[in-house]
Design a protein around this ligand. Structure first.
Ligand SMILES: [Fe+2]
Length: 294
């Protein structure tokens, strides 16, 4: 099972540079152009922050570009929500978030919850793909509701033929960086209890705009770098530097050594140019303003 993962496309309905000076649609086009030589891909997963502005028009752009690419590869396409996304607009354009090659909705099971979270299950070549919704409306950080964790727990009682891939936006792992610890998934322990002893082979996430691998209940957790830009940790500790450069991941799940995770970078003569920086005080102010549990 080979998965192409993209994350954090941050599409905006109006063309042109975003607040960091990058056109997100162009960044996605560039990345998809660079991914055209990938072979034997079985599925494409896009882990949230699809639209920066949560607008229907932005999801339509993402669906058109990614849908065309997936159709050319003849593989299904999965989307999850992120903190920038809007559940209603996402659902209007992407349905359950699980799209078959012909564009129809592929999901076998969809969570129905009071909050309208976008969570669904499909099966591809014997692997079960479960997408969940870690969006907490109005917040940068994420969480998985009890409704979703109970639903996941029920699903995982039965093993899939070849294993399960779980995808959502906010990483349940973090380095010792304040911004990661504050704005990741707030309830990793509860998720770990559900994953313990299950057939989940990999957890695919995004949100941090960098690549990172860790374990949760012995399950590999991958943080896919972003399409729109990159967070550069060579900056001074607890400051933030955002640089230019689109990336994606290729993941080989089966095989003796799997899961294998690799990062693909789009060639861009301006890659690594600094787009924005926040010093330690500015980072602390941001954490104080947005990181509090309300
Ligand atoms: Fe995010």
């Amino acid at each position: 099972m080979r998965i192409l993962q993209l994350s954090d496309t941050h599409i905006e309905r109006t063309a042109g540079p975003d607040r960091h000076g990058v056109d997100p649609t162009e960044s996605l086009r560039l990345m998809l152009g660079e991914l055209r030589h990938q072979r034997d891909v079985d599925a494409i997963v896009v882990t949230g922050d699809i639209a920066d502005d949560g607008a229907v028009e932005s999801y339509a752009i993402a669906r058109e570009l990614l849908g065309e690419f997936a159709a050319r590869m003849r593989v299904p396409l999965f989307f999850t929500t992120g903190n920038h996304d809007d559940r209603a607009a996402f659902g209007k354009v992407l349905g359950s978030g699980h799209l078959a090659v012909d564009g129809s909705d592929l999901a076998r099971t969809v969570l129905s919850s009071a909050e309208g979270e976008r969570a669904a299950v499909s099966v591809v070549r014997g692997y079960r793909f479960i997408t969940m919704d870690s969006l907490v409306p109005g917040e940068v950080y994420g969480g998985l509701s009890d409704a979703q964790l109970d639903w996941l727990h029920d699903l995982l009682r039965t093993s899939a033929q070849r294993g399960t891939i779980l995808a959502f936006h906010h990483p349940p792992i973090a380095m010792d960086v304040d911004i990661q610890r504050t704005f990741g998934l707030r309830n990793p322990r509860a998720l770990g209890e559900v994953l313990h002893g299950s057939d989940v082979r990999a957890v695919l996430t995004g949100h941090f705009h960098l690549q990172l691998l860790g374990l949760l209940a012995s399950v590999p957790v991958w943080v896919c770098p972003a399409v729109v830009n990159r967070v550069d940790l060579t900056a001074d500790w607890n400051t933030e530097r955002i640089v230019r450069g689109a990336s994606a991941s290729v993941i080989d799940v089966g095989g003796a050594a799997g899961p294998l995770f690799h990062t693909l970078h789009a060639r861009d003569p301006r890659a690594h140019e600094t787009l924005s920086e926040r010093d330690e005080d500015q980072v602390m102010d941001f954490i104080d303003a947005r990181g509090r549990m309300r």
